[in-house]
Design a binder for this molecule. Structure first.
Ligand SMILES: C[S@@+](CC[C@H](N)C(=O)[O-])C[C@H]1O[C@@H](n2cnc3c(N)ncnc32)[C@H](O)[C@@H]1O
Length: 377
């Protein structure tokens, strides 16, 4: 896969994050190219304050930081790391990196957006832009044409304002908007619901995985979480809203809890949900990270994991594999990794390769899901 991003007589070297030798996925897409081509044709003056939302791995940040002051907002820890890495690698000026929970900067001359996958996250970002950005500031968004439905454009009109679109180019389309709708619609970042059949109430910030209802895999794993009187500590890897940790914390009141996710909003939701459901006195830690990078070896007795099967737009199992490898590393001898996955994903093969076939067993299964336990020998 090429790492040379060449446009307008300029070449950037761009990697996804984490950097993997022989990665088959590219660090930018035609949407980035379309946005850059469009802005270059506008021949804007240098030194603008450009706000970039949801830059994937830094193609837009690297490109525009050469001549402008750039602020990037992203909910993804991996994107933050990728952007930082690619800026350094290409000797680009620094940018200001924010999460999408932060306030939009006061001075913005131009907004560029990779439209996020999650409509609740999109609605949140549009409503924030409507409140913070001047009605004359151009807001230009991009996505694959097939992902821009009339419902997507309705969100732009309802929460932001005047909206038009471009022709498709390399299967992508631009969306042009101004923050001028009236009245301004107030959007709450919180979506709160009880978990049926449990003493659990969850708040879900806009970009949390399965933020409007319980993931079916999580539902099945909730029914099979163990009570372990000796358990001192466990890790919820890819915690999302923290539902697995909350239940595990209820079953094991003595256990300290570490929640890890690459979504800043997930980490914050998990922190809020642990405190709300388990109280202030529990020993909890919630961190944004790439899997368990930089965690010490042999620190925990149990890792819970409902792995993701995509990274941004790409379907991939390399994150699940890294999660399993990292879990093995941080487990104490005899410690357990508990994994829930769709039956067809065959996580048993991966776990057997890593832990040894005799140390992997099926805890429970139904037509769709399998819960697997792997013991560190
Ligand atoms: C299938 S969801 C599970 C969420 C929650 N544990 C549940 O069961 O409902 C997978 C989670 O992994 C997170 N994730 C994806 N890539 C990650 C990475 N490299 N490091 C840490 N977390 C990651 C996603 O943000 C998502 O919240």
């Amino acid at each position: 896969m090429t790492i040379e991003f060449s446009l307008h007589q300029r070449t950037l070297t761009l990697h996804r994050y984490p950097v993997r030798s022989n990665d088959t996925l590219q660090a930018w897409d035609a949407g980035d190219e379309y946005l850059i081509n469009h802005i270059e044709e506008m021949a804007l003056p240098d030194g603008l304050d450009i706000l970039i939302l949801n830059d994937q791995f830094g193609a837009l940040s690297c490109w525009f930081s050469a001549k402008h002051q750039v602020t990037v907002m992203s909910d993804s820890y991996l994107a933050h790391q990728g952007i930082t890495h690619n800026l350094q690698q290409n000797h680009c000026p620094a940018v200001t990196l924010l999460t999408t929970m932060d306030a939009i900067p006061n001075k913005v001359d131009l907004v560029l957006m990779q439209i996020p996958r999650n409509n609740r996250h999109l609605t949140w970002q549009l409503s924030q832009l409507r409140q913070a950005v001047d009605a004359k500031t151009p807001i230009i968004a991009v996505n694959k044409a097939k992902e821009i439905h009339s419902s997507t454009l309705n969100l732009f009109s309802q929460y932001l304002g005047n909206t038009t679109t471009s022709l498709a180019w390399k299967k992508h389309r631009l969306v042009f908007s101004f923050a001028d709708c009236s009245p301004v619609r107030d959007v709450s970042p919180d979506t709160v619901w009880p978990v049926a059949g449990e003493q659990i109430e969850l708040n879900n910030l806009p970009n949390v995985y399965s933020g409007e209802n319980l993931d079916q895999g999580a539902r099945f794993l909730l029914e099979h979480l163990p009570t372990l009187p000796e358990l001192a500590h466990f890790i919820d890897l890819g915690c999302g809203n923290g539902v697995l940790s909350v239940k595990m914390g209820q079953l094991n009141p003595q256990a300290a809890i570490t929640c890890v996710d690459e979504s800043f909003m997930a980490v914050e939701s998990a922190r809020q949900n642990l405190v709300h459901n388990l109280g202030n006195e529990r020993d909890i830690e919630c961190v944004a990270n790439n899997c368990l990078d930089q965690f010490d070896a042999g620190i925990t007795e149990l890792v819970l994991c409902n792995p993701p099967f995509h990274q941004q737009q790409a379907i991939t199992d390399h994150i699940a594999w890294q999660m399993f490898c990292d879990a093995k590393q941080v487990l104490k001898k005899g410690g357990k990794l508990l994994v829930i996955g769709n039956r067809h994903l065959r996580y048993d093969i991966k776990l057997s390769r890593l832990f040894g076939k005799s140390l992997v067993k099926t805890v429970a299964g139904n037509q769709k899901f399998v819960i697997l336990e792997a013991i560190k020998g």
